[in-house]
Design a binder for this molecule. Structure first.
Ligand code: F6R
Length: 274
């Protein structure tokens, strides 16, 4: 796991956007896994800027979103489909037929979820999966106790998540109780995972994710089993990590590797350091 600590939430967003932009430049028909919520907003702002000012081309990408509330129409202002349209898709040149957000109004969720997984496979699998994290350590809507092998399915939201998300709905009783979400197992199949977190309220979940045991009680901790994970944090989200000095050392070595500064020692680029 590569842990990158940035000075501010804005820097977290810009750093993540640079990683996604590089992916799209190197492989224009990349398959991107996308997230909603407050955390990725800075990433999306920066990707839109790169598209409008630098001509970054998204015309060949395919996207799969992590999750959606059950019962909300795509036009509902709190639906994740609406969120993605407003904060990203309507500003890019991604082709609508290659944009996928789980359907919160599916009539048969079991078959919808099977088809969603099938579509990911048919698209060649996800190249980079963008992730946020809940205060209870959830990634997507995989609440504590979710199987670490789980696939796309319906999930009951935990009371902590309902409380946290009530800010978007006005009151807690308006927050849907169920969501369709990619499973932990689905996420772990992405070729690379990019987890972002900002703010002091994420510090404990981040400490447990990175330095605690792998446990279904903190589903993001399953990322420890993935071979290519980058976690980007602001100082506050990193504030409870015990091995910060080491993560910073790794990053210094990584930039030397990338800039060729270690060539004198016979160590070249491409050497893993995660
Ligand atoms: C959203 C998602 C959730 C959020 C998490 C953090 O698609 O999958 O896991 O990433 O709840 O939400 P924010 O970023 O609003 O703090």
């Amino acid at each position: 796991m590569r842990v990158i600590i940035e000075e501010s939430a804005e820097e977290v967003g810009r750093r993540a956007a640079r990683i996604l932009a590089r992916q799209v430049r190197e492989k224009p028909d990349s398959v991107l896994g996308l997230a909603t919520g407050h955390t990725p907003l800075g990433v999306y702002r920066e990707l839109i800027r790169m598209h409008t000012e630098e001509g970054l081309d998204f015309s060949q990408i395919t996207t799969f979103n992590l999750d959606e509330y059950v019962g909300l129409e795509p036009t509902h202002p709190q639906s994740y489909r609406f969120f993605m349209q407003r904060h990203l898709f309507e500003h890019l040149n991604a082709h609508p037929s290659r944009i996928h957000v789980p359907d919160g109004r599916a009539l048969d969720f079991a078959s919808f979820c099977r088809r969603y997984e099938e579509r990911i496979r048919m698209a060649g699998g996800i190249d980079i999966q963008l992730l946020g994290i809940g205060r209870d350590g959830h990634m997507a809507f995989n609440e504590p106790g979710s199987s670490l092998g789980s696939r796309t399915r319906l999930k009951t939201l935990a009371s902590e998540t309902i409380r946290d998300n009530a800010r978007y709905f006005g009151t807690e009783d308006r927050v849907p109780r169920l969501a369709v979400t990619m499973g932990v197992g689905t996420i772990l199949e992405a070729r690379q995972c990019l987890l972002l977190a900002n703010g002091p309220h994420k510090a404990e979940a981040i400490q447990r994710t990175i330095e605690g045991p792998v446990t279904s009680q903190v589903t993001a901790s399953a990322l420890q089993l993935h071979r290519d994970v980058i976690i980007i944090l602001d100082e506050e989200a990193a504030s409870r990590l015990e091995r910060v000095a080491y993560y910073r050392d790794v990053e210094r070595a990584q930039s030397l590797l990338e800039s060729g500064g270690l060539r004198a020692l016979g160590i070249g680029p491409g050497t893993g350091n995660g």
